[in-house]
Write a protein of this length. Structure first.
Length: 193
């Protein structure tokens, strides 16, 4: 199984306590290609053909990103708008992603209990992820249960230390890699069925 990780973090090397830990764990794995959108496209001018080619070569696509204003970072939205085109991802002849898998791996600043009716953020994370789920379904992809981690923001004098966040990020990376390995195993079994 070929895995493509689409990383969308505005400052992975300097501004990330969690996503950097996750990225470091991912790049140590075999059969994983990571595309850092902010590094590749600092001007947001997406190379559509290169990105579509990378998707065609992949079986599992992972969106790795922090939650930004209840959504994906702007560069990932720009990537989706530019790459998932009519005739490629949907519409007449747009079956190029059919049967591929999409896995969302998101770090969330607030605590889990704030993502519920009556909580600070009013809705569960599953509601905020519906546009991504529908995008996968619209493109004929299998939407895999997302890997989510809460309380992943460091604020001096806040509730979480940098060590707490690093530990949570390591757990997140472990769950993500385990999920990828399970999906690899199920694909291997399908080949022999």
């Amino acid at each position: 199984m070929k895995i493509l990780v689409i990383l969308a973090h505005p400052d992975i090397n300097n501004g990330s306590n969690a996503n950097k830990v996750i990225l470091d764990a991912l790049i140590q794995q075999q059969d994983i290609k990571v595309k850092d959108l902010h590094t590749l496209y600092p001007d947001s001018k997406i190379d559509v053909l290169a990105e579509q080619s990378a998707l065609l070569e992949s079986d599992l696509i992972v969106f790795q990103h922090p939650l930004h204003w209840y959504s994906v970072p702007s560069v990932l939205k720009e990537w989706m708008d530019s790459v998932l085109l009519y005739g490629f991802a949907y519409g007449e002849g747009g079956n190029k992603l059919l049967g591929k898998k999409l896995l969302i791996s998101t770090t969330i600043g607030g605590p889990e209990e704030s993502y519920r009716p009556g909580g600070h953020n009013s809705f569960p994370m599953s509601d905020f992820l519906k546009p991504l789920q529908q995008t996968a379904l619209f493109c004929g992809m299998d939407f895999i249960n997302p890997i989510l981690s809460y309380g992943m923001v460091y604020i001096p004098q806040g509730n979480a230390s940098k060590n707490d966040i690093q530990r949570r990020a390591e757990c997140h990376a472990k769950r993500l890699i385990e999920t990828m390995n399970e999906l690899k195993g199920s694909q291997d079994l399908e080949r022999f069925a």
